[in-house]
Every structure is written in structure tokens, then in C-alpha cells.
Design a protein around this ligand. Structure first.
Ligand code: G3P
Ligand code: CA
Length: 242
């Protein structure tokens, strides 16, 4: 059965990349989470999508220019009632000790090539004993290769939004166990081809009912969605089928 990964947590209903969104995804019954990481000025791995804090918090400026303690004063739930800080990756990995979720950590190092990001993330994943529940992805494929070299035990998956020819050949060439294509960039045949060649396929961001059904019909490895509740409801209908 297709696994359901909550994109930035249950971001259809909660502020993206917050602990509330992650906990809500777990409560909804998601199999996994997707989250984004950047580095602060003092090298803390923090969970936030953009290079700047402007869109998702009440602060202004680049994540890389703030000390972690100062970044924590911003509210990542600015449209909600309760204040919520930007989570550290440590906070998420600590919380994962209490559940069985898989976590896809997207290294956001395509625009700012954060020095040492791969090492820091891997060191934390190992410290918390989570190597077999983590997938490292990135649009920066040099970073995917470096992550694999540093930690062959952790699954890696390149993100891409173009129609790569035989993406399983590419994935195998960089020793990635999975691929995370933009939904529009991959056909059913290519998804099936990749899976037949031993490559996990987790398209993003799959929110429309018809697309969710399409992927479940071909037993795609997983889908990454903003709305895990909707996807789980659809999956239940599939489970009831004779
Ligand atoms: O990991 C899939 C997806 O999150 C990649 O795009 O911009 O939502 O981080 P983005
Ligand atoms: Ca992402």
C-alpha cells in the first residue's frame, strides 16, 4: 500500500514545519513526515522551508544571520492563536523516539550551500539511532552524493522537477535508494519502471483526489501530501476493495 508522507507536517491544517503540524500528522495516521532544514549562524539545524524567516514567521531576515536563541523568539504560527517557535531538528528527532514515523529530511542547500550541513544532520540522526527511519533528500544532488558517502546506511533520494530519462539509472549511479519527483514530471510507466528496478518513488506534492488515487492504483511507494487526512481516507477505500 502506498505510504503517506505529510508535507511540512499536516500543513493543510497547521502552520508548516511546526511541531503541531508534525504531531497532527502522526495523530492522523501518516506513515511519515517531510520537513525542510536550514542552518543558523551558530550552526544549529533548524526546520524551516525558506532561506528567510519572513514568509512563515513574524521575523525578518536570513536564517543564516540569526543565532539559534534569537531565531527561537520568532513565531512560526503567525496565523494561528498560539505562538510556536521554529523547531530545531534535535526537537523533531527527540520526539520521533516516541513514535514509528519515517522522516524525510530535505536539505535546503540549493541556494545557500551551507558548509557542513550534511555532517551535522547525519551526526544527529546517528545520535538518536534513527538511521533506518530517515530519508535524506535534496534538489542539490552533490549534497545527496556527499550524504551517501558520509552515511551509506541512510537512504538518500534526489528531488527533481524535470522529466529525467530512466531516473532509476540516474538514482542507481548516485547510490540513491529512492527518487522524489515533482508529480507532474513523472508518468505511471516511469514510476513503475523505477520500482521494478528497486527504486522507491515518492512524488510531491500530491493533494488532488484523482492524483492520490492514480498513485495508489499503481501501488506507488509513497506520496508526499499537505493533507494526510484526505489521503488516508482515500487509502481506506482502497483497502476495502476486493
Ligand atoms: O520534498 C518534496 C517537496 O517538499 C519539495 O519542494 O519546495 O515544497 O520543499 P518544496
Ligand atoms: Ca520540502
Amino acid at each position: 500500500m502506498t505510504q503517506i508522507f505529510a508535507h511540512r507536517g499536516y500543513s493543510a491544517a497547521y502552520a508548516e514545519n511546526t511541531m503541531s503540524a508534525f504531531i497532527a500528522a502522526e495523530n492522523a495516521g501518516a506513515d511519515g513526515l517531510e520537513l525542510d532544514v536550514q542552518l543558523t549562524k551558530d550552526g544549529e539545524v533548524v526546520v524551516i522551508h525558506d532561506e528567510k524567516v519572513d514568509r512563515t514567521t513574524n521575523g525578518k531576515g536570513f536564517v543564516k544571520d540569526f543565532l539559534f536563541k534569537d531565531l527561537r523568539t520568532f513565531n512560526a504560527n503567525k496565523k494561528g492563536v498560539n505562538n510556536e517557535p521554529i523547531p530545531s531538528l534535535i526537537e523533531v528527532l527527540e520526539w520521533m523516539q516516541s513514535n514509528d514515523l519515517v522522516c524525510n529530511i530535505e536539505l535546503k542547500n540549493g541556494i545557500i550551500p551551507y558548509e557542513g550541513m550534511e555532517e551535522k544532520v547525519i551526526q544527529l540522526v546517528r545520535k538518536f539511532g534513527l538511521s533506518n527511519r530517515i530519508i535524506i533528500s535534496s534538489f542539490n544532488h552533490y549534497s545527496i552524493v556527499l550524504s551517501y558517502r558520509l552515511a551509506t546506511e541512510i537512504e538518500t533520494a534526489p528531488l527533481f522537477n524535470e522529466r529525467i530519462y530512466m531516473p532509476w539509472v540516474y538514482a542507481q549511479s548516485i547510490r540513491a535508494r529512492g527518487i522524489h519527483p515533482k508529480l507532474a514530471s513523472i508518468s505511471d510507466n516511469i514510476i513503475i519502471g523505477a520500482m521494478e528496478n528497486g527504486i522507491e518513488v515518492r512524488p510531491y506534492t500530491v493533494n488532488k483526489e484523482a492524483d492520490i488515487k492514480r498513485l495508489m492504483n499503481i501501488n506507488c511507494t509513497a506520496l508526499i501530501t499537505d493533507d494526510p487526512v484526505k489521503a488516508i481516507k482515500i487509502r481506506k477505500q482502497f483497502e476495502k476493495r476486493p
